[in-house]
Write a protein that binds this ligand. Structure first.
Ligand code: NAG
Ligand code: NAG
Length: 505
């Protein structure tokens, strides 16, 4: 009986949904996969273009699998290379342009091309470093939802008309919090303007070329296609990524990838259980490999760990680690979230990737962050501002700085702040996964939900910035001053003549 009711509900508004995830980064897709699977479980017909097929055998979930010919997913980040220079940060949109070539080449995939002949009620497409898939979206004539696995970038704010004021909204590529000094605001504004210009040259123009090559010269300009976005689901939350104004079409769903913690494997759980003073978990994510860890930095960590009462779990890809003190256990792979949520885990040493940071905040574990590249700097600053951790500068890794950073987060007062942040983060009207599903169905239900789009989206920039109004006001003021000045001069001139006449007579 229950099943029949469920089926009836499902068939009442069952939509055909397409997900387009043509970028090879697993941490990007991992954010949205739970929502796609949940939609399929609800009875929607879900088709997903990605590099990562679902393992869950859901009948209504259909994979269109992309093949990683260049082994890009194996691409690793070296810990001994400095990605933190200003120039690297400034030029991020140029790097995006380079990365987009591979993503856009997926438009040639025959299975992707077949989608053109299908009808969808709503399309989800990742908004990251290229918009070339918006050509396909346009051909499908379906409303689309943008999804972002990181804090919104300036060019994404632009397409939905969201406020992005560099006076207090830190640029995603920089390392600022929302309270900036004069010089920081100057640099933040400069990077804000530069990233729009670089994005236009290195991403938007090439995207437009590619779209016209694939779908014909009568395609609208890619910037116009992007403005058609119905809604953006963004993997951020104001408790964790700093508060900022959002138009109604931007929905924050941070925490969506997080499920229930499970028991860690026996040997790890035992190691955690048996530590009287708690455990520190150390992982630099999957992209930074241990063998690129500079020896003196590794030694600094080992010596600092040796001075602690706590035990340490270090995710390390090699079998051995010479000079390892007894309170450190190395493992090639560990279930990060399950470990972080174990009550005896008291600290996390991390590179500041958004997923790991989110998991630590969810579990209430304070973090020592050593940001490396991409959005990690901005994530780290925001986490620090929220009381969830402290930033340890990569250039500054010495035994003493590491030891002091660890002592700071192990302090009970600090732990309390991290727990408070966790409570704020989890306190929502509706769990993030349900929120995402609600809004995806909302867009399908309201055929694109055009009513949510603010007028800012289609305004020319001089109107949006009120440049015409300001120019008018300046002219009006100048005119008034001119009139007043001349009136005074004329009347004054008349007065003076009169007084002169009086004097003469
Ligand atoms: C905008 O989206 C609607 C569907 O919501 C579609 O019919 C229309 O063609 C799209 N316009 C552009 C420029 O892609
Ligand atoms: C660890 O402690 C928990 C809670 O006390 C217990 O349920 C679990 O069985 C212990 N695990 C191991 C491997 O000792």
């Amino acid at each position: 009986m229950f099943l029949v009711v469920l089926l009836l509900i499902a068939s009442a508004d069952s939509y055909r949904i397409l997900g387009l995830f043509p970028y090879v980064g697993k941490s990007h897709f991992k954010v949205f996969q739970p929502a796609l699977e949940a939609l399929a479980l609800k009875g929607h017909d879900v088709h997903v273009v990605s590099y990562f097929p679902s393992n869950n055998n859901i009948e209504t979930y259909h994979d269109v699998q992309l093949l990683d010919m260049n082994n890009s997913s194996e691409h690793t980040i070296r810990f001994d290379v400095d990605y933190t220079t200003r120039l690297v940060k400034y030029l991020t949109p140029v790097e995006f342009g380079e990365m987009s070539i591979e993503i856009c080449s997926n438009l040639n995939n025959p299975d992707v091309l077949k989608l053109k002949d299908m009808q969808f009620d709503v399309v989800l497409v990742e908004l990251f470093n290229t918009d070339c898939f918006l050509g396909l979206v346009h051909q499908l004539k379906a409303p689309f939802i943008g999804v972002a696995s990181h804090v919104l970038m300036p060019f994404t704010n632009k397409i939905i008309g969201n406020v992005d004021n560099p006076s207090y909204i830190p640029n995603q590529f920089m390392h600022f919090s929302d309270k900036m000094s004069f010089l920081e605001r100057l640099e933040n504004t400069f990077v804000y303007l530069l990233s729009h210009v670089l994005h236009y040259i290195y991403v938007e123009q090439p995207d437009n070329e590619i779209i016209r090559q694939h779908f014909g010269n009568d395609m609208p300009y890619v910037g116009e296609l992007a403005k058609n976005v119905s809604l953006i689901l963004v993997n951020s939350h104001f408790t964790l990524n700093l508060p900022r104004p959002l138009v109604p079409g931007i929905i924050e769903i941070s925490g969506m990838h997080i499920g229930q913690p499970k028991k860690p494997p026996m040997n790890i759980e035992k190691w955690i259980n048996e530590s009287k003073d708690g455990v520190i978990y150390f992982s630099m994510g999957s992209m930074i490999k241990g063998h690129t860890f500079p020896e003196h930095k590794k030694q600094a960590f080992l010596r600092a760990f040796g001075r602690l009462k706590q035990r340490v779990l270090w995710k390390w890809e090699n079998d051995t680690m010479p000079g390892k003190p007894d309170n450190v256990m190395i493992q090639k792979w560990m279930p990060q979230f399950d470990i972080l949520c174990h009550p005896n885990v008291k600290g996390f040493v991390s590179h500041g990737g958004l997923l790991g940071t989110t998991e630590a905040v969810h579990c209430g574990v304070p973090v020592v962050v050593m940001p490396q590249f991409g959005d990690q700097h901005t994530n780290a600053r925001a986490l620090e501002a929220g009381g969830g951790g402290i930033v340890l500068d990569f250039h500054n890794i010495e035994e003493d700085t590491v030891y002091r950073a660890l002592k700071t987060i192990l302090d009970p007062e600090f732990n309390k702040k991290a727990k408070q942040l966790s409570e704020r983060f989890r306190d929502r009207p509706m769990p993030p996964l349900e929120t995402a599903i609600y809004w995806i169905e909302y867009v399908a239900r309201h055929k694109g939900a055009d009513h949510m789009r603010t007028a800012a989206v289609n305004m020319p920039f001089y109107q949006y910035l009120l440049l015409d109004v300001i120019a008018f006001l300046i002219l009006a003021l100048a005119f008034t001053i001119f009139i007043v000045y001349h009136t005074i001069r004329i009347t004054c001139g008349m007065c003076c003549k009169k007084t002169q006449k009086v004097k003469k007579s």
